[in-house]
Design a protein around this ligand. Structure first.
Ligand SMILES: [Zn+2]
Length: 329
């Protein structure tokens, strides 16, 4: 948990929250809408901490009793709504943890705050149950719905919430943060930044990945020779990638950055914007051998492979299909 000042980017949302505190115009329900790892929870928690802070500023002081409790996730008036089934927030979850709980006044704080993460997992019954509370909330209630997809909400929910959409964070901000605060070397910061596409959490995840260097070397080595690999050698290549099964999405992301470099070089003939600068010879070579259509096919195949693995399609088959697409394009 962190304060507003520790959050990278998202300045408009932070301003919105801080203005609301300043003007004492807190809404009863907010939606924070943005991709996984983009910072929804950090924003929600920083807002909750500021609202409950005993010093009543627009930012949690991090020192009072309430802030300390909030920082260790033990503030009794900041409630996290849990769900037992991994893919559903049920009507029972909402009734027990929100509707029946919200009528009890806060213990010691001005507000009673509910953070519902993955709120798109509420089924229709759960949303209807929540709607009753959002329609007539107690004065002290604040409900924060965090979601990757606000389109999943009933229009009746949407119309009663303030919807804040997270925007991608500027690349330079992410890069600076990685280098200055985490001492990530510049070539690694470049790759993390490029593949994260404005998603700070994603960049941090890759930067913190222990085997980043190994992962990158393996992927680069493979991409350099993929066009020359014989079909009967494919099994070997699949095995090589299989060693990184647990970090396969990071592996794919590195590949994606590589092919974006190839595409960029092909389009601009400029090496300055490249992420894999140290492999410029191979990037040029690949750009000359591939068509725009072919490179796009590979990028699409990478997206498809991600989706297949998420849907539990066989790992070896998925990788083999991907490698064949890379070889042929
Ligand atoms: Zn405080």
């Amino acid at each position: 948990m962190a304060g507003f000042k520790d959050i990278i980017g998202h300045t408009q949302i932070i301003e919105h929250f801080q203005n609301a505190i300043k003007l004492d115009k807190i809404s009863h329900a907010y939606i924070l809408n943005g991709p996984d790892l983009s910072g929804k929870k950090m924003l929600a928690e920083a807002f909750a901490m500021a609202l409950q802070c005993e010093k009543k500023g627009t930012e949690g002081c991090m020192e009072c009793h309430s802030c300390k409790q909030a920082l260790s996730h033990n503030q009794p008036d900041i409630r996290y709504v849990m769900h037992e089934k991994p893919n559903t927030i049920s009507v029972d979850d909402i009734r027990r943890q929100v509707n029946q709980d919200i009528v009890i006044k806060p213990y010691a704080s001005p507000y009673k705050i509910y953070i519902i993460d993955e709120a798109e997992k509420m089924n229709v019954q759960a949303q209807n149950a929540l709607l009753k509370t959002i329609e007539e909330p107690p004065a002290y209630a604040v409900i924060l719905l965090l979601t990757t997809n606000a389109d999943m909400f009933l229009p009746t929910i949407l119309s009663r919430c303030i919807c804040l959409n997270l925007k991608p964070v500027a690349n330079e901000k992410i890069r600076n943060y990685l280098m200055q605060h985490l001492q990530v070397p510049d070539y690694q910061a470049d790759i993390c930044m490029a593949f994260a596409q404005g998603n700070t959490g994603k960049a941090l995840k890759l930067a913190g990945s222990e085997n980043f260097q190994e992962l990158k070397d393996s992927a680069v080595q493979l991409m350099k020779r993929i066009k020359d690999i014989d079909v009967y050698e494919m099994g070997e290549a699949v095995k090589q990638i299989g060693e990184y099964k647990l970090s396969i999405h990071d592996y794919f992301d590195i590949m994606m950055v590589w092919y974006r470099d190839v595409l960029m070089y092909k389009a601009t003939m400029d090496i300055n914007g490249l992420i894999f600068k140290e492999h410029v010879y191979d990037i040029k070579h690949q750009a000359s051998k591939s068509s725009y259509h072919g490179i796009q096919e590979v990028l699409n195949a990478l997206e498809k492979a991600k989706i297949r693995l998420n849907a539990n399609v066989n790992f070896d088959i998925t990788i083999e299909l991907l490698l064949l697409t890379m070889k042929e394009n």
